[in-house]
Design a binder for this molecule. Structure first.
Ligand code: ASP
Length: 451
C-alpha cells in the first residue's frame, strides 16, 4: 500500500484535480490519499489557507465575513462543477464553512487553527465525493476518526506518539481508498490544531508510518528536488536520490519542496519518500531514502540558503576559562522560550544564531539588555540580517577537501564568511554570510561542484 499526498497547486482547480485522479487510478496500491487545501491557480492567486486566515481575522473582530465565505466556497464549487458533481454533495461543505464562526474555541489561536484546517478538510471531503461520483470507491476519513492526536501550540502542533497505536487500528477495505485531509490533528481535549505551514506533508508521513505503507509519494509542482534553487542557478541538476539526513539539512535552511518535520515519521519506519510532479508524473522525480547502503554519486548533493536568520555576537576576554557562561545565556533564552539555531564559539567569543521569524524587536531589545546586564560582555553586537548557506552531501564524508573547496570558492569571490559550522557527521558544512552576498555565494559554490 502507498500513501499519496497532493500539494495545493496539484488540487487548485478542476483540471489539476483531474490530473491527480489519473495518478490515483494509475496504481491500485495508491490507497491512502492526503489532500492539501486548494493552492494558487496562477502566480497572483491566493491560497485557500490564506483566505481562511483572513476569514478567521475578520471573524475575530466581528467584521462582515460574507464576501470571504463566498470567495472560499467558490473555489470548491468550481472544482465540483468541473466534474458535474451534484449540488447536494457540496452543501455539507458550505454548511461547515459557514458554521466556523459559531464553533467552540478555547482562544483566538485555536479558532485560527480550526479555520485554517478547513482548507484541507473540505478539500478531502470534496475529493472523496468526486471519486465516488466517478465510480472509484473512496471514504473520507477525518483525522479525528483516524486518531491523529497532537500536542504543542495550536498553530505549530506536534504529533503525539499514541497516534501510531490508533492508526494501527484503522481498517481499510480491499476495494476502497481513503481520503484524509492533511495539515491538522486533534488535541486530547478535542480541539483542532494545525502543523506549521506546509504541514500536509507531515500528515502524509504520519499516515505512511501509522498504516504501514510501503512508500510515501508526495506529488507537487516540480519535476524533482534540485541541487540548488532554480531561481538562483540556471537549470540546476535534479537530485535522483538523497538520504533522509541530507534532506533534513537541505530543507532546514531553504529547500521548501518537502517539509523537514515530515521526514521524522518516515525515518522512524524507514519508508522511502518519492517527490514527483503531478503535471509530469512520468518524470522519475526524487527519492529520499535511508543512508544504509546509500552510494553517493558525487561529494555534494545540494546547496541551500536561508536568509531568515539573525545573530548575536558576544566577545569577552578569557571567555573559555569562565565556567557557566554558556549556561547563563541558555537560561536567559529559556526564560523567553526562545530556541537558538547554532552557537559556534571561539576562545574569547561566541555567536548565537536565531531564526529571525521567531523574534520581535521588543524581544530582541529585552534579550540584549538581559545578556548585557547578566554576562557583562566586552562587546555585544546584534546582526539583524544573517544568511546561512548549507552545503550538503553524504559524499563529503569521504571527500575531506570539500569544506576547504567551499571556503576557497568564497575567497575567490571575495565573500566574507561570518560563521563556519561543520558537524562531526561530515555531511554538511554551514556558512554564515551577509544576506546581500548569499545568492552569489550559492552560485559560485554550485558552479564549482557541478559545472
Ligand atoms: N495548506 C497549508 C498551507 O498552505 C498546508 C499545506 O499546504 O501543506 O500551509
Amino acid at each position: 500500500m502507498k500513501v499519496i499526498k497532493f500539494g495545493g497547486s496539484s488540487l487548485a482547480d478542476g483540471a489539476a484535480v483531474a490530473q491527480a485522479i489519473d495518478i490515483i487510478k494509475a496504481d491500485p496500491a495508491r490507497r491512502v490519499i492526503v489532500t492539501s487545501a486548494p493552492g494558487k491557480r496562477a502566480k497572483a492567486d491566493t491560497k485557500v489557507t490564506d483566505l481562511l486566515i483572513k476569514y478567521a481575522a475578520v471573524t475575530a473582530v466581528g467584521g462582515d465575513a460574507a464576501p470571504l465565505q463566498e470567495q472560499i466556497f467558490a473555489r470548491y464549487q468550481a472544482i465540483g462543477d468541473y466534474f458535474h458533481l451534484p449540488e447536494k454533495a457540496l452543501t455539507p461543505l458550505r454548511t461547515a464553512l459557514l458554521a466556523l464562526p459559531a464553533g467552540d474555541y478555547p482562544d483566538d489561536d485555536y479558532q485560527l487553527a480550526a479555520f485554517k484546517a478547513h482548507g484541507e478538510r473540505l478539500n478531502a471531503r470534496l475529493l472523496a465525493a468526486i471519486l465516488n461520483h466517478l465510480g472509484i470507491k473512496a471514504r473520507f476519513l477525518d483525522p479525528k476518526e483516524a486518531g491523529i492526536i497532537v500536542t504543542g501550540t495550536p498553530n505549530n502542533a506536534t504529533v503525539a506518539p499514541e497516534t501510531y497505536h490508533l492508526l494501527a487500528q484503522v481498517k481499510l477495505a480491499p476495494d476502497e481508498r481513503l481520503v484524509v485531509p492533511g495539515f491538522f490533528g486533534f488535541t486530547l481535549a478535542g480541539y483542532i490544531a494545525t502543523f506549521s505551514r506546509g504541514g500536509s506533508d507531515i500528515t502524509g508521513a504520519i499516515l505512511a508510518r501509522g498504516l504501514g505503507a510501503a512508500s510515501y509519494e508526495n506529488f507537487t509542482d516540480v519535476d524533482a528536488i534540485f541541487a540548488a534553487d532554480p531561481h538562483l542557478v540556471d537549470q540546476p541538476a535534479p537530485i535522483k536520490q538523497l538520504t533522509y539526513r541530507e534532506m533534513r539539512e537541505l530543507s532546514y535552511a531553504g529547500f521548501s519542496v518537502f517539509h523537514d518535520e515530515a521526514l521524522l515519521p518516515a525515518i522512524a519506519a524507514k519508508i522511502p519518500i518519492q517527490v514527483k510532479n503531478t503535471k509530469n508524473p512520468a518524470q522519475p522525480g526524487t527519492t529520499i531514502v535511508s543512508d544504509r547502503g546509500f552510494v553517493p554519486s558525487r561529494p555534494v548533493t545540494g546547496i541551500s540558503v536561508g536568509k531568515h536568520f539573525a545573530a548575536l555576537y558576544l566577545h569577552k576576554y578569557l571567555l573559555n576559562k569562565e565556567a557557566g557562561f554558556t549556561l547563563q545565556i541558555l537560561q536567559i533564552l529559556n526564560k523567553y522560550g526562545l530556541p537558538y539555531e547554532h552557537m559556534p564559539s571561539g576562545i574569547d567569543d561566541i555567536t548565537i544564531v536565531f531564526d529571525a521569524t521567531k523574534l520581535t524587536p521588543a524581544l530582541v531589545d529585552e534579550l540584549c539588555d538581559q545578556i548585557q546586564s547578566t554576562i557583562n560582555p566586552d562587546r555585544l553586537e546584534w546582526l539583524p540580517h544573517f544568511a546561512l548557506i548549507t552545503v550538503v552531501g553524504e559524499g563529503m564524508a569521504t571527500a575531506p577537501t570539500t569544506p576547504a573547496e567551499v571556503l576557497a570558492t568564497l575567497a575567490k569571490e571575495q565573500i566574507p564568511v561570518l560563521m563556519i559550522n561543520q558537524g562531526a557527521s561530515k555531511i554538511a558544512t554551514m556558512i554564515g554570510t551577509d544576506p546581500a552576498d548569499a545568492d552569489r555565494a550559492v552560485q559560485a559554490i554550485y558552479s564549482h561542484f557541478f559545472n
